[in-house]
Design a protein around this ligand. Structure first.
Ligand code: C5P
Length: 243
């Protein structure tokens, strides 16, 4: 009887994910993009999907509490994430460039309403997980470490006081040409925190294995340096660091 050679094919290991969660204005978007550039990874801005769904609902006259209709819309969301010639992100919804439009406070508020609906979150789950590709992903959101990528090799929870976050948002909005009022932004951030923290599904909270970083008194460079210190401890990430 001849000995059979059994070839064992190991499944490829999934791409590494760094999850960066936290409330609005904590700086996670900036940190996610800077970190992704340092690692050569892609970025998932999961909040943009909820913002896009809210905008699509507006376009189609779907009410922000119509869970069944929003679930269908979420399942068929016609979105393209592109880059322009300058390498800047461009987001196309149903053929229209909505990159700036989805960043308004109104769309953020509407996003947090649709994001509280369980069927909407379920409908967007796979779409988010599909962003996981080699060489790796930096995922920015509220539930990246707790729900979407529970096996992320590094989980950061970035936070700051509501006042500090509102002030940052105020500056960002003015820079982007939107008008804004600081007291209204503080109220709005508190209301959004309250909705995100107290919703029944995927509430905003640090994963048990997340590293919590309070950025109230830190600049972006300091936060990035602290995150990089954590990245350097993870063997699966170390080798991606670009000098
Ligand atoms: O991060 P961003 O401000 O773009 O998110 C908009 C809203 O989308 C958040 O206030 C939150 O309610 C919701 N969101 C979420 N889960 C995510 C990302 C965003 O519920 N992973």
């Amino acid at each position: 009887m001849s000995a059979e050679v059994v070839k064992v094919v190991m499944p490829p290991s999934p791409a590494p994910v760094v999850a960066i969660d936290g409330p609005s204005g904590s700086g996670k978007g900036t940190i996610a993009h800077r970190l992704a550039a340092l690692l050569g990874f892609e970025v998932l801005d999961s909040g943009s999907l909820y913002r896009l769904l809210a905008l699509a609902a507006l376009h189609h006259g779907v009410s922000l509490d119509n869970e069944a209709a929003l679930e269908v819309l979420a399942g068929h969301l016609d979105v393209q994430f592109l880059q322009n010639d300058d390498g800047e992100a461009v987001i196309i919804l149903e053929g229209e460039d909505v990159t700036t439009e989805i960043r308004s406070e109104e769309m953020g508020r509407a996003a947090s309403m649709v994001a509280a609906l369980p069927a909407v979150r379920a409908a967007l789950l796979q779409r988010q997980q599909a962003f996981r590709e080699q060489p790796g992903l930096v995922a920015d959101g509220r539930d990246m470490g707790t729900v979407v990528f529970t096996d992320a090799c590094l989980k950061i929870f970035l936070t700051a006081t509501a006042e500090a976050r509102a002030e940052r948002r105020y500056k960002q909005l003015l820079e982007k040409g939107f008008s804004a009022s600081l007291p209204a932004l503080i109220d709005d951030i508190r209301a959004r925190d309250d909705r995100d923290i107290n919703r029944a599904v995927a509430p905003l909270k640090p994963a048990d294995d997340a590293i919590v970083l309070d950025s109230t008194r830190l600049g972006i460079e300091e936060v990035l340096a602290r995150v990089m210190r954590e990245v350097e401890q993870i063997p699966g990430l170390q080798r991606h660091i670009k000098s």
